[in-house]
Ligand binder design. Structure first.
Ligand code: CDV
Length: 304
């Protein structure tokens, strides 16, 4: 398989609370068609792509909360994504709220991403580990961020799969701010990291940083790419969603840390870049050759 992929990032504009899955899925399939017109091999969609970013509301009624979750994948409503992938010969990744029953009969809820092959096979699954926000209703906030209430911490670690001719990892939104996330993927020789995000412009606990949201977004992802010598595709759900402004800034980042393609709107938008996975060698065999230069004996504090 060629080690040069045409990668597309499918940014989504706002998704209203009352917008049906079928409508979002049709917006996504339309971006997949544009991606196929541009000969893309893969299209990457945001975190919790299928619904509005529901952790902004405090809810107690479990049935109301569960309406935002998927219990099967594909479902009748999401099958058109899988059909489009097959028809267009495209892999795709996207985030969704996953409700599942484990082997002990316990119901579990995760903030999840999948990487799906053109034939519908699941190549990789990741459950978000760094869940930001809080558990209780904090009425002083203009909007809530209740990921800690609605999801449990991911239980799959930071997996990297042999896929699409290279080594692919995923993380989700807040994970990108943690160097440990990228280093866990980098230590497994990831060559491509796919990630989606929903990032409000306003950060209620530190509003003095609101003007830095776009900067911190790119700073984290570009550092993660460079320090681990990997391609990074960061994809936003953007724009004013239910009165809450979300940053855009969807981009594709080379292993050198350079942004090679970037969205310019806050709506549904598709960007593409030609990504040669062999370019990871420029960094992984040189300045960040872990085997030669890392000093794990001196990093004990990182895991204690
Ligand atoms: N969805 C997220 O994880 N959002 C966080 C916000 C709350 C800071 C982020 O890190 O972008």
């Amino acid at each position: 398989m060629s080690r040069t992929l045409v990668i597309a990032a499918g940014q989504l504009g706002p998704v209203a609370r009352k917008e049906k899955r079928s409508s979002v899925v049709s917006r996504m399939t339309s971006l997949m068609e544009t991606a196929a017109d541009r000969n893309a091999d893969l299209v990457v969609f945001p975190e919790l792509a299928l619904t509005t970013f529901f952790p902004r509301w405090y809810m107690e009624d479990q049935a109301e909360i569960d309406a935002f979750f998927e219990t099967e994948m594909p479902s009748e409503e999401t099958l058109p994504l899988f059909d489009a992938a097959r028809r267009l010969g495209l892999a795709f990744s996207f985030g969704f709220a996953e409700k599942t029953v484990d082997d002990n009969g316990e119901t579990r809820r995760f903030n999840t991403s999948l990487l799906v092959a053109p034939d519908g096979a699941i190549l990789l699954k990741y459950r978000k580990i760094h869940l930001p926000g809080h558990r209780e209703n904090e009425t002083w906030r203009p909007f809530q961020h209740l990921e800690k209430r609605y999801f449990e911490t991911g239980d799959l670690g930071f997996p990297v799969a042999e896929a699409l001719g290279g080594r692919v990892g995923m993380c989700i939104c807040n994970d990108r701010r943690w160097p440990e996330t990228f280093r866990m993927l980098g230590l497994q020789k990831a060559e491509l990291v796919l990630l989606g995000y929903n990032t409000p412009v306003h950060y209620p606990p530190a509003p003095e940083h609101d003007h830095l949201q776009d900067f911190h977004n790119h700073l984290s992802m570009q550092a993660g790419a460079y320090q681990n010598g990997t391609w990074v595709v960061g994809v936003a759900k953007a724009g004013c969603e239910e009165g809450c402004d979300l940053i855009g800034g969807t981009c594709i980042i080379a292993p050198t840390g350079e942004i090679v393609a970037r969205c310019s709107t806050l709506g549904d938008e598709l960007i593409t870049a030609v990504c040669n996975l062999d370019r990871c060698r420029e960094i992984q065999d040189n300045i960040f050759d872990f085997a030669q230069h890392r000093q794990p004996r001196h990093y004990g504090l990182l895991v204690t």
